[in-house]
Design a protein around this ligand. Structure first.
Ligand code: FES
Length: 103
């Protein structure tokens, strides 16, 4: 689920593929792309569940302003995945409520 040949921007440049985990499942993405983009390409759209109603949330603004995309990354909760570059070996997990550290 990626654009490889955009009608205006042209063909995508070659990028280094890296591996990461999402809730313990191995996945691949491109180094430096937003974590949220790698998840979207893999079909993952729910990033967290709200504390009060346990409502699912995912990418909304995609520019680091709304916090709907926050997840637990490498054990750290509340990471805005739409503006966090993907790195090799990252451990990304669905966040429930405010995350482990904020309880
Ligand atoms: S989608 Fe709004 S901060 Fe990431």
């Amino acid at each position: 689920m990626r654009l490889t040949n955009h009608p205006i921007l042209g063909e995508a440049e070659a990028r280094r593929e890296v591996t990461f985990t999402f809730d313990g499942r191995a996945m691949t993405g491109f180094e430096g792309e937003p974590v949220a983009a790698a998840l979207k390409a893999a079909g993952v759209v729910v990033h967290r569940y709200t504390k009060k109603n346990r409502s699912p949330r995912g990418v909304f603004c995609a520019i680091g302003r709304c916090t709907d995309c926050v997840m637990t990354v490498n054990g750290r909760p509340n990471v805005r995945t739409c503006v966090t570059p993907l790195e090799d070996g990252m451990a990304v997990a669905t966040q429930y409520g405010a995350g482990e550290e904020a309880k």
